[in-house]
Design a protein around this ligand. Structure first.
Ligand code: UDP
Length: 469
């Protein structure tokens, strides 16, 4: 109905590729299901946006418009801080310009939806008389543990990693303190204080949208919905995933899809550590030799080594020469067995390719959901952030992934890598994982159908916002 009034909402993504894409992908779903909605996206900026983020923004439909806030200089932020803390600080520093941007919109939005790392911006919603929501790209399990941390912080005084038993949050898979999110590994640190501060802000929101669905995280989602006293309303709107990636069009992307076309069904292990994950030089060598030893086909998205596992997020690595970091002769010896492509690959197309039979992943939640949507079982190799929690969920909760043993020196050794690959790609256990992840795939697709749980939840939310407009 063309006479319908437009419902205007504003969103604030975190300046981190996977966070930016996730909230925008949700917005796309919203305007596709409810074409009377218009979304204005206001992006806090840390340094300059990545090539991948920029190309993604070019693909938005006309009822989603975006602007960038003046950039914050990464060199002005405390060195050695976590990526999350840097983003949170960027948001705090951007509040005046965000306020101005919201104020100058021609139609005032009825609601402000902010990324989970941008919770500081929730205060503006109150001031400007809008409803406010937090959009959580990570799993419901993570949110449950976050809320539990607020309680645990008051009840315990030791470091969580020193707790003798795994922490058992109602409805969730038990997780050891050492596997909690990075920021909770040192309770006297600034990132930990930032985390608690940010989580406390969540309670001022009218609701939290999470990128998950009942069938994959029933326990955590029900626990959140039934909620302990005072939790904001929780809406499970997932799986929100990318349907295409912008790198379709670059030549590396084309080459690897052509290579996959020539391989046997389910024969290739896809190896990737997300939009910016990096390994140490020593770990790169072990991984390469482990891949070679496994004798299985592989497609490896390669990044230069770094001592900080999340380094790739804020510094682009467009043109790197993998041979500088790989054992000598490796590329030559494995030229039939595998393909190494620098920095970036069209992940969604790769996971949907019939030749791909396994995914060695850093366990970012988007990668996990993409793997689920395409029925590809995983090797769960977490690096930073809340990825260890996701790895526990995959290996012990959902049982769709295998987690490698890490040595005391922090390294996963080649023999271990090779054994896990064999187990995943040829063993009976691998078959079981594949069967289970295919069941989740069915459930994920159902959640997105017209009468599916997530579609209904999004409609509920849209209805509420429409009534306000
Ligand atoms: N991605 C991609 N090509 C790459 C690396 C990553 O398309 O070479 C996409 C991937 O499909 C996913 C996102 O980047 O949508 C990564 O998100 P995730 O939550 O897994 O990890 P993060 O980047 O936050 O560490």
């Amino acid at each position: 109905n063309l006479m319908e009034k437009t419902v205007h909402i504003a969103i604030v993504p975190g300046p981190w590729y996977s966070h930016l894409v996730s909230i925008l992908q949700f917005s796309k779903l919203l305007v596709q299901l409810h074409p009377d909605f218009h979304v204005t996206c206001i992006i806090p900026t840390l340094g300059s946006p990545s090539t991948a983020s920029n190309s993604f923004l070019q693909t938005l439909p006309s009822n989603i418009t975006y602007t960038f806030l003046p950039p914050v200089n990464p060199n002005h932020l405390p060195q050695g801080s976590t990526l999350e803390s840097k983003i949170q600080l960027t948001v705090t520093l951007s509040l005046p310009s965000l306020h101005q941007a919201l104020n100058s919109l021609r139609t005032p939005p009825v609601a402000l939806v902010v990324d989970s790392l941008c919770a500081e911006a929730l205060d503006l919603a109150k001031e400007l008389n809008m409803l406010s929501y937090v959009y959580m790209p990570p799993a419901a399990t993570t949110l449950c543990y976050y809320f539990y941390l607020l309680k645990l912080d008051k009840e315990t005084s030791c470091e969580y990693r020193d707790l003798p038993e795994a922490i058992q949050v109602p409805g969730c898979v038990p997780i050891h303190g050492r596997d909690l999110v990075d920021q909770a590994q040192d309770r006297s640190s600034q990132p930990y204080r930032f985390l608690l501060q940010r989580l406390n802000k969540f309670f001022s929101a009218n609701g939290i949208l999470i990128n998950s669905f009942l069938e994959i995280e029933k326990g955590p989602i029900e626990a959140l919905i039934e909620g302990e006293s005072g939790n904001p309303a929780v809406y499970a709107v997932g799986p929100v995933i990318q349907t295409r990636t912008e790198s379709d069009y670059n030549s590396n992307g084309k080459d690897c899809l052509t290579w996959l076309d020539k391989q046997q069904p389910c024969s290739v292990l896809y190896v990737s550590f997300g939009s910016g994950g990096t390994l140490s030089q020593e770990q790169i060598v072990e991984l390469s030799l482990g891949l070679e030893l496994s004798n299985h086909k592989f497609l490896w998205v390669f990044r230069a080594p770094s001592s900080s596992a999340s380094d790739g997020h804020l510094s682009a690595q467009d043109d790197i020469d993998a041979s500088m970091f790989l054992p000598s002769g490796f590329l030559e010896r494995t030229k039939e067995q595998g393909m190494v492509i620098p920095s970036w690959a069209p992940q969604v197309q790769i996971l949907s390719h019939s030749s791909v039979g396994g995914f060695l992943s850093h366990c970012g939640w988007n990668s996990i959901l993409e793997s689920v949507m395409h029925g590809v079982p995983l090797i769960a190799w977490p690096l930073f952030s809340e990825q260890r929690m996701n790895a526990v969920l995959l290996s012990e909760g959902l049982k769709v992934g295998l987690r490698p043993k890490v040595r005391k020196n922090g390294i996963v050794e080649r023999v271990q890598i090779s054994e896990l690959i064999k187990c995943l790609m040829e063993g009976e256990e691998g078959e079981k994982l594949r069967k289970r992840i295919n069941e989740l795939k069915e459930a994920a697709n159902s959640a997105l159908k017209e009468d599916g749980s997530s579609t209904k939840t999004i409609s509920l939310l849209a209805h509420k916002l429409r009534n306000l407009a």
